[in-house]
Design a protein around this ligand. Structure first.
Ligand code: FAD
Ligand code: NAP
Length: 408
């Protein structure tokens, strides 16, 4: 597959150029873009506060990332107590670390419980603030009927996710690679790979787990690790998150975590894994970068079942040349190179809230509110726990404004 085909289809659609497009108009109080966990969480909080809203979703289902763009063996890395959406706890028999199917079932119950009715297959293509009407004017394309609706909304909630589109790195020669190239969002399982030699590029949680999935099932697997990273067990991260609720200084917690991680994994520098200078919790808080939660990959790296390479210099045919002068040959590349937000592709006048990358301008905990009734949920790089916080803050803010305003 060519890399250019890896970018998501929906961003190249252009309803405005279609001569047969009909436009309808609708006035709404709150408009939510995206029915992932963030959009659903804010919808539930608004429902809880009896505030009407419209929620639209480009895909044909809710939580499309979890249903369609994650690998088969995915389990939540964080314990369930940090992954609840607002106003609905997990059933008591839920395992501490949920498989993704169970999370999706929880979401389905959540949608039913709060009677959330997303308009599916509806793509928001533009949104602009109108200073005359003090409303956000949103153009939403129903991809089934072909109709375009122009919504005028007093409040606009961006819930399109920080993992909206795969980040495709600019590696010289990658477009001419003689083999399959996929982004990790399209990876499902090892059984597609058989006898192939696979290079996983990127060593975040996706890359490390995909490398494990491949190698532990007999696929010849290598991984590119180009920057320092923390390796933790899920128990250690759970401990850190629990203790951080008790106002223990983060540097002290990090010291404990790094010491215990050293005890578990030893010195990994000879395997190409160097620890960052900042501790794991501080690094997460400062940069959003997560520690890697080991699922067994480290043992396979230590045994040389998974081979580690440094940064890539270039690709020629099937040959991948690395900056340290090594060259190796691969049949498939998996780009576990992270994601990016696409909010700026459709949101105009969002400067009070988002930067050029479509991520919040302000740091946590003030990142969720812009000007003129503009909000974001789920863009603070804090996972499901962060989503819950954002959704409650946004709904409370909207409620307090509505309570003090003239009828709409
Ligand atoms: C492999 C993987 C595993 C993860 N595991 C965890 C975990 O265990 N715990 C955790 O806390 N977090 C995890 N995360 C992070 C995870 O992304 C978030 O927790 C959560 O899914 C984000 O929810 P969201 O609603 O903000 O974004 P998304 O889930 O990405 O949902 C955004 C929705 O908006 C829709 N959309 C986008 N643009 C438009 C548009 N223009 N018009 C209409 N709709 C649009 C998309 O189709 C999508 O359905 C994981 C991420 C990945 C990639
Ligand atoms: N079970 C789970 O809970 C689970 C599983 C998977 C993912 N997640 C979460 O999902 C989010 C996304 O994770 P992710 O792993 O997909 O993305 P990520 O955390 O952003 O990691 C991307 C990785 O790609 C590397 N990279 C980028 N460009 C590269 C290049 N040109 N060459 C080599 N390496 C390159 C990055 O290295 P640099 O640092 O050098 O740029 C980084 O290691 C995270 O929040 C993660 O915790 C959770």
């Amino acid at each position: 597959m060519s890399v250019s085909r890896l970018t998501q289809e929906h961003h190249s659609l252009d309803f405005a150029s279609s001569p047969s497009t009909e436009i309808q108009m609708e006035k709404v109080l709150v408009f939510i873009v995206g029915a992932g966990p963030s959009g659903l969480a804010v919808a539930a909080c608004l429902k809880h506060a009896s505030i009407p809203y419209v929620i639209v979703e480009h895909e044909d289902c809710s939580v499309s990332l979890w249903r369609k763009r994650t690998y088969d063996r995915l389990k939540l890395h964080l314990p369930k107590e940090f992954c609840e959406l607002p106003h609905m706890p997990y059933p008591s028999d839920t395992p501490t670390y949920m498989p993704k199917e169970q999370f999706v079932r929880y979401v389905d119950n959540y949608i039913e419980h709060f009677n959330i009715c997303p308009k599916y297959r509806t793509l928001v293509q533009s949104s602009e603030y109108d200073e005359v009407s003090n409303c956000w004017v949103i153009m939403a394309h129903d991809q089934v009927s072909g109709l375009v609706t122009e919504y005028a909304a007093r409040f606009l909630v961006v819930a399109t996710g920080e993992n909206s589109e795969g980040n495709i790195p600019k590696i010289p020669g990658i477009h001419d690679f003689h083999g399959e190239v996929i982004h990790s969002s399209n990876y499902k399982s090892w059984n597609h790979y058989g006898e192939k030699r696979v290079l996983v590029i990127g060593c975040g949680n996706s890359g490390m787990e995909i490398a494990y999935d491949l190698a532990s099932n007999g696929v010849d697997t290598s991984i590119v690790i180009r920057s320092p990273l923390h390796i933790m067990t899920k128990g250690l991260i759970r401990l850190g998150m629990k203790l951080s609720k008790w106002n223990i200084p983060i540097k002290f917690l990090d010291f404990i975590l790094v010491t215990l991680a050293y005890f578990f994994f030893g010195d990994l520098s000879k395997h190409g894994i160097i620890r960052p200078n900042m501790g794991p919790l501080f690094l997460k808080a400062q940069t959003g970068r997560s520690a890697v939660i080991d699922v067994g990959t480290i043992e396979l790296i230590k045994k040389d079942v998974i081979k580690v390479f440094g940064p890539i210099y270039c690709i020629r045919g099937n040959a991948v040349e690395f900056e340290d002068g090594k060259t190796d040959y691969f049949d498939s590349l998996v780009l576990a190179t992270g994601y990016k937000s696409t909010a700026n592709t459709w949101l105009k006048n969002g400067e009070s809230l988002l930067n050029e990358e479509g991520m919040p301008k302000k740091g946590f905990p003030n990142h969720w509110k812009g000007e003129n009734g503009l909000y974001c949920v789920g863009l603070a790089m804090r996972g499901l726990a962060g989503i819950s916080y954002d959704a409650k803050m946004v709904a409370e803010d909207i409620k307090s404004i509505i309570d003090s305003m003239e009828p709409f």
